[in-house]
Design a protein around this ligand. Sequence first.
Ligand code: ADP
Ligand code: ZN
Ligand code: ZN
Length: 817
Amino acid sequence: MHFIEVILPLSLSKTFTYSVTEAEYSYIKKGFRVAVPFGKNKIYTALVIDIHQNAPTLYEAKEIHQILDEFPIVNEIQIKHWLWIASYYMCAIGDVYRGAMPSALLLESETIISQKTESFVDEAQLSDDEFLIFEALQHQSSLKIQDIVAILGKKNVLPVIQKLIQKNILFLEEEMSEVYKPKLIRYVRLHQKFNSDEGLGQLLDTLKNANKQKEIVLSYFQLTATEKHKPISVKMLLEASGATSTVIKTLVDKEIFEEYHIQTDRVNFDENQKEKNLILSKAQQTAFDQIISSFETKEVTLLHGVTSSGKTEIYIKLIESYLKEGKQILYLLPEIALTTQLVSRLTAYFGNKVAVFHSKYSNNERVEVWNQLLQNSEKAQIVIGARSALFLPFNNLGLIIVDEEHEQTFKQQDPAPRYHARDASIVLANSYKAKVVLGSATPSIETYYNAESEKYGLVEISERFGNVMMPEIELVDLKDKYFRKKMTGHFSDVLIENITEALSLGEQIILFQNRRGFSPIVECMTCGHVPQCQQCDVSLTYHKHKNQLRCHYCGYSMANPTNCHNCSSVDLTTKGFGTEQIQQELIQLFPNSKIGRMDQDTTRGKFGFERIIDSFKNREIDILVGTQMLAKGLDFDNVSLVGIMNADNMLYHPDFRAFERSFQMMTQVSGRAGRSEKRGKVIIQTYNPDHNTIQQVTNNDYVGMYKEQLYERQIYKYPPYFRLIKLTLKHRDFEKLKEGSMWLFQVMHQNLGVPVLGPEEPPIGRIRNEYIRTIMIKIPQQSSIGLAKKNVQKILNSFETVVQYRAIKVVVNVDFY
Ligand code: ADP
Ligand code: ZN
Ligand code: ZN
């Protein structure tokens, strides 16, 4: 009797027992994948977590189809960590397994595969089975793996398919196959030797008899004058001079002009390669030393450094010292879209030891990183990734850096596992005996609390690198401005003046408009009707660009109506202002400037974000309008002005973290201003200039914000004093949901012995035709969360046995963020 215990990639909490032959038994190790039958004729890729001789009592063990690996591709620390995630975040181990692995490693009968059309296939190189699949795909664009089982007339097909994926012949249908090449714009500048007056005379002298060339050089001078300090692209020069690119090439060959690309040497355009010989400033060096000595007694250290204090440089030095010891380093970031800048900085320094891992990357790219780690390859000694990089097979992890640790995107919302990557990384580090640095200019209340209570080490930097001053923050009182008629649309006179000045100096501007709960809608002036989504309880959002109304929750859209659906009046108006409206107003106000917009609509697709960032960096955009995406650690060297259009809609969000988040967002956006010699300026437009949070932002008073919020958290029973478990119940039948959630609430309220709130109807009470109720459980810091969760689970189990409520879906979110 020989058995293996496996995890299936399904939302199931149990592990399953399969039987194997004696030969298989002695071959299989924990961490192998096996193809197994499950349910009706389905095949799944399961993960072996144990090998034993105990027959299951409740069912007869089925046989496996086949073994898929020759060595473990998941190690024991990973398995332990995944089990911890399942237990802590109250979800199925199958959900963790599914979320942890690249889907190309989890082929199953329902997986749909297609052929890569762009790759050339040498048929002679294919095995018989490979050829049969290849040929079948010449006649139909895609196949399910179960179809391939039929075509090959055997069950063991996963290895063949895996091979074809590796050979780049097949790919999983779910993938996007977009490839992004950073746009390289050609610029020219005068060769350095002509930088003096003397040099200039010499230059004009050499060009005496070359009229065409002289004309271009003169156009170049004219352009530098009119364009202020902006770089001159070849394209601009061609347009201004009417010359051909051959003449420009001649000038480059003659070493009168130099060609360069901003993409590669954007920093001040001449001091490239500075990262190579990075020297820490005094403040940075002190912080570095403090982190090292903090590690002697603490597993986790918080690096609290103001924006632009050069935290990245400290990370680089830390990475360097762990590399020297032959350790692996994991660098976690909130969103990979933001890493282009960071990846190029790290690769400039560490060469090809840097691997990037993110769920938006193609399967092959992700499998490649997975394999590099399995082989302990040099190429993946440093892994930069979003939260899912936490699941990779490290074997010698020494350091985890969690950059921008306050970011809420570290917490996965949907689907399960709803884990917090920062917290899970601390648990992971513990297994590897690795250290953790949490970095932020605006740490979360929880983290700062842990640092203050000496659970974590605390290292602070309060000055910016190079003694750049913190930006000057000016508050504009909107009430007063409207009253005195000093507003043009949503722009105060102060903001317009400052934008005008920055533009005249060739400097760039960022305008921040938080759109949360503040989207433009269409309203009938006659009856007040606002078009609603048919499936969700929300007003449809007006999109001027496509002249459409759209639902942000389910994607439903309709053409912008010409008359009211309620009373047929044609008197319709648009209300509210999003980024799009700000952009329109800017075009009116500054017709000669180039205006860009960055929000969810303009950054769709794998590289939407990079495209906009690149154009801004390349200075093709003068003013960039955006949502909170702009708040994240971007480093631009030419932005002198940041405007926050309306601070109030962040502050008055119904959420216990609203003030903390407003502080973080405003401070982070402000941090984008003035990163070079000149002091940057931030203008905050608000109806509440005296609001504590606004004052704290203005005075750069993180600790003031922290203390005030901590006090509130204690009084109103929120983290860090209480842990939250949020239950979300959903059902299509309103009455049934109401009843069921009341039942669940009452049982919890009577039995848990901790505060339970609800059942509450959330602000958006229906999404995709499902009604929603929430229940919040608050577990005091000093009581056992393990026990509380056990009790919650028991009650949930009995809820499931009540026949009339069985169809109600319950989503559990532990440490709700
Ligand atoms: P933070 O992440 O703390 O906001 P960054 O690491 O982005 O700050 O640093 C801000 C700017 O200062 C960057 O342009 C960076 O290249 C520069 N900088 C910081 N430290 C150094 C250093 N030691 N040597 C050279 N440049 C530095
Ligand atoms: Zn109407
Ligand atoms: Zn909807």
